[in-house]
Design a protein around this ligand. Structure first.
Ligand code: SIN
Length: 336
C-alpha cells in the first residue's frame, strides 16, 4: 500500500503489465530503451503525490512490452480486474500498460469486465529515465480519474497527455509523440489537469456493466485474423487465413472498407464457408457502412461501423463466442 495515504481516501488497485511507462533507457545518449525495466513499486515511489489521491495496493500482473500482450495476459488481466472491482473495498482499478496495444486491451476489458467502477489504463511514450518523462504525470492523472466519484459508469478509459479517452474511441496515432492518443469519431471523454477532472459527453455504446460478453467458462478466444488491403492486392492472404483455421477475418479495407475484385472473391468465398468476414477501414477514421459499394447482403459480409480493424477483431472474437449468425454478429457492431 502507498506510504502516508490517509485512511479516508479511496482504495485503488494498480495492476501493472510493463510498457514504456516502466522503461529504462539503455544509455544516456541513446534513444533505445528496454520496456518494463522498473517494477510498479518503483513507479509509484517516484510519484509521492499519489498518496494525496488514494490508498494504492499493487499487483505486478506482467512485465512486458505491450507488443507481447497476448490472449493469456488478457484473460489474467480481466480476472484480476474483475476480482478487484468485486471487492467492496476497491473504488477503482488502474492498469499500467504499453501504449502500442493499449487500445485493444482497453476495448477487450470494456467488453468483458462487469462493473460500473472506474477502470483506467495508463502508459507513457517516454521511458521513465527520459528527459521530461510523461509517465509520472500520466500515472498521477490516472489515479485521480480512477478515484473520482463522477467516473462511475463510463466504461474503460485511457489516460495520457492530460486527456481522458473512452476505450471504444481511442487509437494510437503517432509512433513517438506524447499526444499519440486520438479519438477520431466522438472526441475526448474529458481532460485531467494535474488531477483536476473536466468531463465531456458520456460514452455512446454498451460497455462493462451493460455488456453481454463474458469469459466465464472460456480458456481461449476464436481465431480472428486481420488482412491489410492495398492496391493490387491478391487473394492469397485471405485464403491462407481461412486455411490456417480462422473463424473470423477483419479486412483493413481501403477507403470505406473496400477490396479489389480478387480479394473480394476470396472474402465472399470465406463467408460462404462460414467464416465471419468484417470489412473495416485502414483510413483511421469514418464509418464503414453496409451495402455502399459492396453488396454485403448478397456476399454475406459484415461492416465494422466505427471500429478500427484491431478493435473490430476484438469484438468479432467475443461475438464468435456467442454466435456464428452473421445477422447477430452485425448487430454487435452497431451496439458496442
Ligand atoms: C509498449 O507498448 O510496450 C511500448 C511502447 C509504449 O509503451 O509506449
Amino acid at each position: 500500500m502507498s506510504a502516508n495515504a490517509q485512511p479516508s481516501l479511496p482504495r485503488i488497485r494498480v495492476l501493472a503489465t510493463g510498457g514504456t511507462i516502466a522503461g529504462a533507457q539503455t544509455g544516456d545518449s541513446s534513444r533505445g530503451y528496454q520496456a518494463a525495466a522498473f517494477s510498479i513499486d518503483a513507479l509509484i515511489a517516484a510519484v509521492p503525490q499519489l498518496a494525496t489521491l488514494a490508498r494504492l495496493d499493487v499487483e505486478q500482473v506482467a512485465a512486458i512490452g505491450s507488443q507481447d500482450i497476448d490472449e493469456a495476459t488478457w484473460f489474467k488481466l480481466a480476472a484480476r480486474t474483475q476480482a478487484a472491482l468485486d471487492s467492496p473495498e476497491i473504488a477503482g482499478v488502474v492498469i499500467t500498460h504499453g501504449t502500442d496495444t493499449m487500445e485493444e486491451t482497453a476495448f477487450f476489458l470494456n467488453l468483458v469486465v462487469h462493473s460500473a467502477k472506474p477502470i483506467v489504463l495508463v502508459g507513457a511514450m517516454r521511458p521513465a529515465t527520459a528527459i521530461s518523462a510523461d509517465g509520472p504525470m500520466n500515472l498521477y492523472n490516472a489515479v485521480a480519474v480512477a478515484a473520482h466519484p463522477d467516473m462511475h459508469g463510463r466504461g474503460v478509459l485511457v489516460v495520457a497527455n492530460d486527456e481522458i479517452h473512452f476505450a471504444r474511441e481511442v487509437a494510437k496515432t503517432n509512433t513517438t509523440q506524447v499526444g499519440t492518443f486520438r479519438a477520431t469519431h466522438r472526441g475526448l471523454a474529458g481532460v485531467v489537469n494535474a488531477g483536476r477532472l473536466h468531463l465531456y459527453a458520456p460514452p455512446v455504446r454498451r460497455h462493462t456493466h451493460t455488456s453481454e460478453f463474458s469469459l466465464a467458462g472460456l480458456t481461449a478466444l476464436p481465431r480472428v485474423d486481420i488482412v491489410y488491403a492495398h492496391a493490387g492486392m491478391g487473394r492469397e492472404l485471405i485464403d491462407a487465413a481461412v486455411h490456417a483455421g480462422a473463424r473470423g477475418l477483419v479486412i483493413a479495407g481501403v477507403g470505406d472498407g473496400n477490396l479489389n475484385a480478387a480479394a473480394l472473391a476470396a472474402a465472399a468465398a470465406a463467408a460462404r464457408n462460414g467464416v465471419a468476414v468484417v470489412r473495416a477501414s485502414r483510413t483511421g477514421g469514418g464509418v464503414v457502412e453496409r451495402n455502399i459499394e459492396i453488396d454485403d447482403d448478397r456476399l454475406g459480409l459484415l461492416a465494422a461501423d466505427e471500429l478500427n480493424p484491431q478493435k473490430a477483431r476484438v469484438l468479432l472474437q467475443l461475438g464468435l463466442t456467442r454466435t456464428d449468425d452473421p445477422r447477430v454478429l452485425q448487430e454487435f457492431f452497431f451496439a458496442y
